[in-house]
Design a binder for this molecule. Structure first.
Ligand code: ADP
Length: 576
C-alpha cells in the first residue's frame, strides 16, 4: 500500500470531481437500500389484499431503478474520468522524466521494458485509480449501510446469514492471487512473443540471408506454445471463479430460508420482512466478490507503482547555471578528464584546450574513444566535475537544456523520424522557411537525390529512414544539424556511408558553413581531417598525438600509420 502513496498528489487536481463521484455513489447506494424495503411493503400488501399499496410499491420500485441508473452513471463518469486524466498526467510526467535522462539511463533500460511501463503499468494504475477505487468505496458503503439495516431487522439472523461470507471472501482471495500469477505469466509470454516478432520483422533481411527462417520459426513456435498454455491456464481459472461463487453464495440464502422461515411460521417475522432480508443479503454478494478482486488489483497496482517510481524518482538533473543564449563558438577545455561508461575508463587523463572557432579533427583506431569524447561534449553523458569546461565554466554546473541549444550533434548512426524529408531536415527548426531548406540541401549535396524523388521534399523516409540509402540518411542528418545555427559542432564520422569523392565534396561545402564555429570532427578516415586546424589522436582512450596535419605526418606516429593504412587500402581497391 505504501508503494501506492505516490499516486496521491495525482488525485489532487481532481478532488472536486471525485467528491461529486462519491456523493453520486452515496445516493445510488441509499436508493439501493430502498429496493428490498419496497419489496417487503409490496409482499405484505399482497398478504393483506391491499392492491393500492402494491401498485404504489411497484411504481416506486420502477422510479427508483431509473433514478439509480442516472446516479450510478454520474458516479461512474466521475471516477473513470478522473482515472483517465490521472493516467494522462502520469504518462506525461514519466515521459518528461525520461527525456531528462542521459545516455547511461538508456544503456540501462531496454526499450521493450520502458514501453511496457508506459502501457501495462500505467494501465494497471488507471484501473486501480478508477474502477478499483470506485468499487472499493462502494463496497464500504454498501457493507456499512446494509449491515446496519440487517442488524436492525434481526441481529441473530444477520449473524447466521453472514456465516458463509468469510468463506466466499477467502475463496475469491485465493483465486485472485492465482489469477494474478497466471495473468503475469500471460503478460510475460505476450511480451516475449511480441519481442521476437518485432526482431523478426526488423531483422528479416539478416534472418533470410543467414538461412535462419526455420530455426527462428521453431523458436517462435515454442514461445507461442508457451503463451497458449499460459492463456489456457488463465482461462480455466477465470472459468472456475463463477461456478465456485455460485456454489457458496446461495448458502446464506439457504440458512436465511431455514431460520427466517421458522420465524415467519412462528409469526415473529412477516413474509415481506423475510424476502426483504434475503434481498439485502443478496446485495452483499457482489461487493464481497469484488473485494477479492480489488485485493488482486491492489497487488498488481503496487508492483506497477514500484516500476513507475523507479523512473519518476530518478534524479532530476540540477538546474545549473544559466548559460548565455548567444550562439557564438565556445572555448572548450578538458582537464585531466577520465571517463568510463561502467567502471573501466574509456578516456584517460585527457588534456586539451580548444580556442573558440577552431576545427579539431579527432582521429584514432576503432574503439579508441572518439565517439565517447563527442558524447561527453554533447552533454549526453556526464563527466566528473572540474574535468570539462565550456567557456571556462564547468559543464556539470551548466544548465543542460540551455547548453544543448548551442550544440549541433551529428551522431554516427543518426536516426531519422518517420515523416517527410522536409520534416526531418527542419526537425530542430519547424518554423523555418523553404529558403533555409534549399540552402541546407545544397550544403549537404542532396539536391540531385531530391530531384530524383517523385515527391521531392514530401517523400516519406519510412520508419527510421529505411526508404533512404545509408549515405542519403547520413546527409539528411547533417542537413538537420545545419538548419540549426549552433556554435559548437560535433560531427561523429558523418561521412562513413559516403564514397570518398562524395565525402570530399560534402565536406568542402560544409566547411563554408562552419567557418568561425568550434567544430569537433571525428572520423575513421584519417585523411579527411587534413584541413583541420589541429588533429588530436586517441589511442586506447589516451590522447597520444596532437598537431597539424603536416606535423603529424612528419611525426610518423599513430596518425601517420593510419594515413599509410588508408593509402594502401586505396591502392588495393584500385588494383582490384
Ligand atoms: P570510437 O568512436 O573511437 O570507435 P567509442 O567511443 O565508440 O570509440 O568506444 C570506446 C570504448 O567504449 C569501446 O571499448 C566501447 O566498447 C565502449 N563503449 C562505447 N559506448 C558504450 C556504452 N554505451 N556502454 C558501455 N561501453 C561503451
Amino acid at each position: 500500500m505504501r508503494r501506492l502513496r505516490f499516486l496521491l498528489p495525482y488525485f489532487k487536481p481532481y478532488r472536486s470531481i471525485l467528491l461529486a463521484g462519491l456523493l453520486w455513489l452515496l445516493v445510488t447506494d441509499v436508493l439501493g437500500l430502498l429496493g428490498p424495503w419496497l419489496l417487503k411493503v409490496g409482499i405484505d400488501a399482497v398478504q393483506q389484499h391491499r392492491a393500492q399499496t402494491l401498485y404504489g410499491a411497484g411504481l416506486l420500485l420502477a422510479v427508483m431503478a431509473l433514478l439509480r441508473y442516472a446516479t450510478r452513471s454520474r458516479s461512474r463518469h466521475c471516477f473513470l474520468h478522473t482515472a483517465c486524466r490521472l493516467e494522462n498526467d502520469l504518462r506525461q510526467h514519466l515521459l518528461a522524466r525520461l527525456l531528462q535522462q542521459g545516455g547511461s539511463f538508456f544503456d540501462r533500460y531496454r526499450t521493450g521494458d520502458l514501453l511496457s511501463r508506459f502501457t501495462n503499468d500505467i494501465g494497471n494504475l488507471r484501473t486501480l485509480a478508477g474502477f478499483g477505487l470506485m468499487i472499493f468505496v462502494n463496497t464500504l458503503m454498501v457493507y456499512g449501510m446494509t449491515l446496519v439495516v440487517l442488524l436492525g431487522m434481526s441481529p441473530v439472523l444477520t449473524l447466521v446469514a453472514l456465516l458463509p461470507y468469510p468463506l466466499l471472501f477467502l475463496l475469491t482471495r485465493y483465486l485472485s492471487s492465482r489469477l494474478l500469477a497466471a495473468s503475469a505469466k500471460v503478460q510475460r509470454g505476450l511480451g516475449q512473443v511480441s519481442e521476437t516478432l518485432e526482431e523478426g520483422i526488423g531483422g528479416h533481411a539478416v534472418i533470410r540471408s543467414y538461412g535462419l527462417r526455420s530455426l527462428r520459426g521453431a523458436y517462435f513456435d515454442t514461445l507461442n506454445e508457451r503463451y497458449l498454455h499460459a492463456s489456457l491456464v488463465l482461462a480455466r481459472l477465470r472459468n472456475a471463479i463463477g461456478p465456485s461463487m455460485a456454489l457458496i453464495a446461495p448458502l446464506g440464502t439457504l440458512l436465511v430460508l431455514y431460520f427466517g422461515g421458522r420465524r415467519v411460521i412462528d409469526q415473529q417475522l412477516s413474509l415481506g420482512e423475510l424476502v426483504a432480508f434475503n434481498a439485502y443479503l443478496v446485495q452483499l454478494t457482489m461487493p464481497t466478490l469484488m473485494l477479492g478482486w480489488i485485493l488482486g488489483l491492489v497487488q498488481r497496482g503496487a508492483a506497477s507503482a514500484e516500476r513507475l517510481a523507479d523512473i519518476l524518482q530518478l534524479q532530476q538533473p540540477p538546474k545549473g547555471l544559466p548559460i548565455a543564449q548567444r550562439q557564438g563558438p565556445p572555448a572548450v577545455c578538458f582537464r585531466n578528464l577520465t571517463f568510463g561508461y561502467v567502471d573501466k575508463p574509456v578516456l584517460r587523463d585527457l588534456q586539451l584546450e580548444v580556442a573558440p572557432g577552431s576545427l579539431i579533427g579527432v582521429a584514432g583506431p576503432t574503439g579508441s574513444g572518439k565517439s565517447t569524447l563527442l558524447r561527453l561534449l554533447a552533454g549526453l553523458y556526464v563527466p566528473e566535475p572540474e574535468q570539462l569546461f565550456i567557456d571556462g565554466r564547468d559543464l556539470t554546473q551548466l544548465d543542460g537544456g540551455a547548453y544543448r541549444q548551442r550544440v549541433a550533434m551529428v551522431p554516427q548512426e543518426g536516426r531519422l523520424f518517420s515523416g517527410s524529408l522536409r520534416d526531418n531536415l527542419l526537425y530542430a527548426v519547424p518554423d523555418a522557411d523553404d529558403n533555409l531548406l534549399q540552402k541546407v540541401v545544397e550544403a549537404v549535396c542532396l539536391q540531385d537525390d531530391i530531384a530524383g524523388f517523385a515527391q521531392g521534399f514530401d517523400t516519406r523516409v519510412g520508419e527510421g529512414g529505411q526508404a533512404l540509402s545509408g549515405g542519403q540518411r547520413q546527409r539528411v542528418c547533417l542537413g538537420r544539424a545545419l538548419a540549426r545555427d549552433a556554435g559548437l559542432w560535433l560531427l561523429d564520422d558523418p561521412f562513413s556511408h559516403l564514397d570518398a569523392a562524395t565525402a570530399q565534396s560534402v565536406w568542402r561545402q560544409l566547411r563554408r558553413w562552419l567557418v568561425g564555429k568550434t567544430v569537433f570532427l571525428a572520423s575513421g578516415q584519417a585523411s579527411l581531417l587534413a584541413g583541420a586546424d589541429r588533429i588530436v589522436v586517441l589511442d586506447a582512450g589516451r590522447l597520444v598525438e596532437s598537431g597539424t596535419y603536416d606535423a603529424l605526418r612528419a611525426q610518423k606516429g599513430v596518425y601517420a600509420r593510419l594515413l599509410e593504412k588508408e593509402r594502401l587500402q586505396r591502392e588495393l581497391e584500385g588494383l582490384s
